[in-house]
Design a protein around this ligand. Structure first.
Ligand code: GTP
Ligand code: MG
Length: 434
């Protein structure tokens, strides 16, 4: 029987029994609380909003402390993410709080890319968690969870409508993080205008399909307050760490020449509503939603991208082992196909090279034959020339011998005549010589 069937049978077939005495498992919730308190909690808030909208002041006001941090420069070439972590304690509960700021958001002339680094940051935290989950040796119980639990989106108090930057950014973020939109510096907008502005913002969010975080109404202990608060969104907040004496009480407020805005006065702004909803009532739900909804979506998409699925093409359950085997076979098949392709390519290349070499060899032979013939012709021409030269030399030699013979004959006849004349002169001394 499959493990899933066994589990189903165990839950479906369970009988209700009554206890005849106290056993002690009613302390489970206390055990859970004690364990959680020991472990401490972590909560990560992402503040997105244009520079100088009062993000840092609101964080200081919300947590009744002063987080260090300098105002951001307005001349950033792009948006970058800055994360600061703090350890806070209230009664016996420790909270590891991280405040993440989108520094330089909305400062660039071209704001098209503004959301990218924020989305990347959120995904990187999901990826880190997924990698930890996929490890053989996991340490999830003391893993420092850096996933973003809530995004406070600061809207400029223009009184008109949302800017396209706000809509685009919220749309890109809404499937990755719980967004709570807030109207910043709400003391700079009149009461009437504020109501209209809130309605306008909500209708724009709806018409653009932006999903903001809804305070949950499924838990009856908080259903009423959460339901009421959902109708107040977006919260119009004022931040201040300055304490002013009002009556005989010190109160957080902003003082102006014309009067005082009390941060914690619900007639002045929605700061208390935000603090209640964000920290006192729904902090755990925000953590849960991050894990169960946003991380789950990221994880599903990532695993599907990697080729994992829960069912096969016939919609039958498909285990991780089967997926692994199928992927392995698919990979091996692809590898074999690639190998065969490469082998064929190699054979083809060898054939090509072989025919190229044969062609070159043939060309060389032809060239050799041509040169050989040329050489033979040249040799023959030279031999003919030599022969004719030899003939000329022989003819010359013959002519020379004949000439020499003639010359010697002429000399002989000349000397015989001289001797004859000598004889005649001796015989006749009166004969004069010429
Ligand atoms: P960067 O970190 O530089 O982007 O600014 P920020 O959004 O953190 O704003 P910050 O909290 O530094 O506040 C900027 C200025 O706005 C300061 O002078 C604050 O005193 C003022 N400020 C903050 N909150 C409010 C508010 O609710 N109303 C009004 N009128 N001014 C506020
Ligand atoms: Mg700041």
């Amino acid at each position: 029987m499959a493990a899933a069937d066994v589990a189903r049978q165990m839950t479906e077939g369970a009988r209700n029994l009554s206890l005849s005495g106290h056993v002690g498992f009613d302390s489970m919730p206390d055990q859970l609380v004690n364990k959680s308190v020991c472990q401490g909690f972590c909560f990560n808030i992402l503040c997105v909003g244009e520079t100088g909208l009062g993000k840092s002041t609101l964080m200081d006001t919300l947590f009744n402390t002063r987080f260090e941090g300098d105002p951001a420069a307005h001349n950033q070439p792009g948006v970058h993410i800055k994360s600061n972590s703090y350890e806070l304690q209230e009664s016996s509960v420790c909270l590891k709080l991280s405040i993440i700021n989108s520094v330089g958001f909305g400062d660039q002339i071209n704001k098209e890319e503004s959301y990218k680094s924020i989305v990347e940051f959120i995904d990187t935290q999901f990826e880190a968690y997924l990698q930890e989950e996929l490890k053989i040796k996991r340490t999830l119980h003391n893993y420092h969870d850096s996933r973003i639990h809530v995004c406070l989106y600061f809207i400029a108090p223009t009184g008109h409508s949302l800017k396209s930057l706000d809509l685009v950014t919220m749309k890109k973020l809404d499937s990755k993080v719980n967004i709570i939109p807030i109207i910043a510096k709400a003391d700079s907008i009149s009461k009437n205008e504020l109501q209209k502005f809130k309605i306008k913002i909500m209708s724009e969010l709806v018409s653009n399909g932006v999903q903001i975080y809804q305070f949950p109404t499924d838990d009856e202990t908080v259903a009423e307050i959460n339901g009421t608060m959902n109708a107040h969104l977006p919260f119009a907040v004022v931040g201040s760490t300055e304490e002013i004496k009002i009556g005989n009480k010190m109160m957080k407020a902003r003082q102006y020449p014309w009067g005082t805005v009390q941060v914690e006065n619900e007639n002045h702004c929605d700061f208390v509503k935000l603090r209640e909803m964000l920290i006192r009532v729904n902090m755990e739900d925000l953590r849960e939603q991050t894990h169960a909804r946003h991380y789950e979506l990221y994880r599903r998409c990532k695993l599907e991208e990697m080729g994992f699925k829960d069912t096969d093409p016939d919609n039958k359950p498909f285990s991780l082992q089967e997926t692994y085997e199928a992927k392995r076979n698919e990979f091996l098949g692809e590898l074999q196909k690639k190998e065969e392709e490469m082998r064929q390519m190699f054979v083809m290349r060898v054939k090509e090279k072989e025919s190229e070499l044969k062609e070159a060899e043939k060309e060389l032979h032809d060239k050799f034959d041509r040169l050989k013939k040329l050489h033979q012709d040249e040799k023959k021409k030279l031999e003919d020339k030599k022969k004719s030269l030899d003939d000329e030399i022989n003819a010359f030699k013959q002519r020379k011998t004949a000439a020499e013979l003639l010359q010697s004959q002429a000399q002989q006849s000349g000397s015989q005549q001289t001797l004859k004349r000598e004889k005649e002169r001796k015989n006749n001394p009166w004969l004069c010589t010429e």
